[in-house]
Design a protein around this ligand. Structure first.
Ligand SMILES: C=C(OP(=O)(O)O)C(=O)O
Ligand SMILES: [Mg+2]
Length: 432
């Protein structure tokens, strides 16, 4: 009897960090190996993402996942019982075929991802190795990622107090992951001090744990962050750079223009690109995510030329989808991809996107969602898949620190047996 054959699936409704239900799953194997997971959920979701199954459960204001849970223990369990959990591709292909839709909307991407991740964990447990080891390409060295850490939040994560969704610190000069995190934690404290001195409430915390002040403009947030870096005793641009997630899909209007509500301005794609170029000239911005909306390919082409020399990261644009990334690579659009496993629904599909990006010289940033849980599997994926970068929110709130803490432990355990990606992981650094 093969010890790694799947024998049993258990699922339940768990809560995410926004207090919304999400899917929890445990996979048990013939030899006693077990793997458990809970899956995340986004708020600024792209139109082309895989689709979570939500039902009208009144207990959760119509946001329930009881049907997704029932799918795991019913139809999915029947189909995957007897499969080998160490064969992720076969398992994930079976799940996709069983669902039968392009966006996994029948069984629910939340149900499918929960099984995919729990099975990977069970396979690692059966082999008595860590998840990052179990999923790594044989012969590769574990790679601790360069973190980008949310300091100030706006957009869909902070009641739209600002147009730009994330203002993040990138500890460029740190030479180890633990040092990068300690710098980010100081930058957050420094930025909170700066805001408090202006009489702004620092207790307003957004979905990913970032500070959520109401500021008059996006540039003010950049100013506050630069001052926060200095207050932390660090040098903006040398020690700590800035990344922004513009999440432009969220403020694109019907006619294709972009509305900066905080500043009461309407911009064409070209004008938005110019605005971003101005910000880049004035601030140490090293990475721009979703500079344009998800289907504004012309705007993205323009941005890719005008903002070249910085990391241009596609989130809603690529939605961790191989075909959309392929189009970007062919057209020279962006130079890095945000990888959110629940945008595509299985570990195998997310991994294929990472491989394809690396083959094309594109950077990869593994990313959490704004609705997270205390689970930490994302940290292991970053290390084992050697994504080079990771973004999981702020250095506060346990659903965020769970991932940082897992990475800190891996670095402490492995010492010189691991590499640290550092600033070299930024897509533009690879090209220059
Ligand atoms: C993490 C993000 O937000 P969400 O999970 O809400 O899509 C993001 O846009 O990068
Ligand atoms: Mg994003």
């Amino acid at each position: 009897m093969n010890d790694t054959l799947i024998t049993c699936l258990f699922a339940w409704e768990a809560l995410d960090s926004r207090g919304k239900p999400t899917v929890g799953c445990e996979v048990a194997l013939a030899g006693g190996g077990r793997g458990t997971t809970t899956v995340p959920s986004g708020a600024s979701t792209g139109r082309h993402e895989a689709r979570e199954l939500r039902d009208g459960d009144a207990r959760y204001g119509g946001n329930g996942v009881s049907r997704a849970v029932a799918n795991v223990t019913g139809e999915i369990a029947d189909a995957v019982r007897g499969l080998d959990a160490t064969d992720q591709r076969q398992l994930d292909t079976t799940l996709r075929t069983l669902d039968g839709t392009a966006d996994l909307g029948r069984l629910g991407s939340n149900a499918v991802l929960a099984v995919s991740v729990a099975a990977a964990r069970a396979a690692a447990d059966a082999r008595r190795v860590s998840l990052y080891e179990a999923i790594a390409e044989p012969g590769t060295t574990p790679l601790l990622p360069l973190p980008m850490i949310n300091i100030i939040s706006g957009g869909a994560h902070a009641g739209r107090a600002l147009d730009v969704q994330d203002f993040l610190a990138v500890p460029l000069g740190a030479t180890a992951f633990a040092q990068a995190i300690s710098w980010a934690s100081r930058v957050r404290a420094g930025t909170a001090d700066i805001l408090a001195e202006r009489g702004l409430p620092v207790a307003l915390v957004a979905d990913e744990g970032g500070l959520g002040p109401v500021l008059p403009s996006n540039r003010t947030a950049l100013d506050m962050l630069v001052q926060g870096i200095e207050r932390a005793g660090l040098r903006p641009g040398d020690d700590v750079g800035i990344a922004i997630d513009i999440a432009a899909t969220q403020f694109q209007q019907e006619d294709g223009s972009y509305r900066l509500a905080a500043e009461d301005r309407e911009l064409t794609s070209a004008a938005l690109v110019e605005e971003l170029a101005d910000w880049c000239a004035g601030y140490p911005i090293v990475s721009l995510e979703d500079a344009l909306a998800e289907d504004d390919w012309d705007g993205w082409s323009l941005a890719s030329r005008r903002l070249a020399g910085r990391q241009l990261l596609g989130d809603d644009l690529f939605v961790t989808d191989l075909d959309r990334l392929g189009r970007g690579i062919n057209q020279g659009v962006a130079n890095a991809v945000l990888v959110k496993p629940n945008q595509t629904g299985t570990l195998d599909a997310a991994r294929t996107v990472v491989r394809s990006a690396h083959a094309a010289g594109y950077g990869t940033v593994l990313s959490a969602r704004s609705g997270e849980t205390e689970d930490d599997w994302l940290a292991d994926l970053a290390v084992g898949w050697r994504t080079g970068q990771i973004k999981v929110g702020s250095t506060t709130r346990s659903e965020r620190t769970a991932k940082w803490n897992r990475l800190l432990r891996i670095e402490a355990e492995l010492g010189s047996r691991a590499e640290y990606a550092g600033a070299q992981a930024l897509a533009f650094a690879k090209h220059s």
